[in-house]
Design a protein around this ligand. Structure first.
Ligand code: SN0
Length: 317
């Protein structure tokens, strides 16, 4: 694997899952693979799980890590080309990427959707500059339109808990007061379809995602109907795609409650976190024995480690 930007960089999902499970059994078995190598974890946005799990993963492989919260500690970065830099941005992404590439063997980047200009976000304007100018492998730690490390951890978690080969997995929109990106649902669809699950997406009308991602799944606008016979309930808010980045609905009738979980086939509850309690999901559901959000978060380590391992192995070839 050269870069890890989406599922399209994965040649064999089954084999990558096997690698993750081997790592989970013995996280230190490849501790010499990354010796004398350095990974820079570059954050344009907040992080808890991604930061700590990816750092842990790189260090389990013997790498050294630098965590850089660029917006707080670095120069303000310009990402547009051909403009006169007479404003508050002191450094251009082209030089920043080139320089960090000289200091690092792998770069992980988190750069969320800005949720203002749909075309700019869906062109992945920031991460694509790093791919172009850093000259080293790039790992997406959530870009504008995808969060593949999260989705990989989600599939690992479903594999661990599933009781049938093709479980019914329901991705449900849920309300949030703040606009959030479409990255998590976009990737979740790609990865769960690739894993062969029976995926149902439920959301209020008007909250359709980019049609490019809506493949291989069923849409059910009636949330309660969608929950019937579900094996997994995966909740996530996303802001509007058509009226781009807007919060048009905060209807708590879409919150995941125990009453709705009772319609399922004893489904497990999942969320990528951070989660707003009693907006996205009731206390009762997230605190229940069927909530697997902490196991899901733990699997972020093994997902990241499997990916970094594949990249390191490709580098020594
Ligand atoms: C991010 C998102 O993409 O939805 C990160 C998820 C891993 N989450 C948020 O932006 C939550 C913000 C909030 O205030 O609820």
């Amino acid at each position: 694997m050269k870069h890890f930007l989406s599922i399209h960089d994965v040649t064999d999902l089954h084999e990558l899952l096997k690698t993750a499970f081997e790592i989970k059994k013995d996280p230190h078995k490849d501790e010499l693979l990354g010796k004398h190598k350095n990974m820079c974890l570059l954050f344009f946005n907040s992080s808890l799980r991604t930061r700590i799990s990816t750092q842990r993963a790189a260090e389990n492989l013997g790498m050294k890590t630098v965590v850089f919260n660029i917006n707080e500690e670095g120069w303000k970065i310009e990402t547009e080309f051909g403009i006169i830099m007479d404003g508050d941005k002191s450094e251009h992404v082209k030089e920043a990427a080139g320089v960090i590439g000289r200091y690092s063997d792998i770069i992980g980047i988190r750069s969320f959707a800005q949720l203002k200009d749909r075309e700019a976000d869906y062109n992945e304007n920031v991460i694509s500059q790093f791919v172009k100018y850093a000259g080293v492998p790039i790992v997406s730690m959530e870009a504008a339109t995808g969060h593949p490390l999260q989705s990989f951890a989600d599939v690992i978690t479903i594999e661990e808990y599933k009781k049938v080969i093709h479980p019914r997995v329901v991705l449900t929109w849920a309300p949030n007061p703040k606009a959030t990106p479409q990255a998590v649902p976009n990737s979740f669809i790609e990865w769960t379809v690739a894993a062969g699950y029976n995926l149902v997406v439920t959301h209020p009308e008007g909250y359709e995602l980019d049609p490019a991602f809506m493949k291989g799944l069923t849409v059910e606008y009636n949330q309660k109907k969608a929950f019937e016979k579900a094996d997994f309930i995966y909740a996530k808010n996303w802001s509007n795609y058509k009226d781009y980045g807007k919060v048009l609905n905060v209807d708590r009738n879409w919150t995941v409650t125990m009453e709705k979980m009772k319609l399922t086939n004893h489904a497990k509850f999942m969320h990528c976190l951070p989660v707003r309690r009693n907006m996205i999901v009731s206390d009762e559901v997230i605190d229940s024995a069927d909530s697997i959000v902490i196991d899901e978060a733990e699997n972020r380590i093994y997902a990241a480690q499997a990916v970094i391992k594949k990249i390191l192995e490709n580098m020594v070839k």
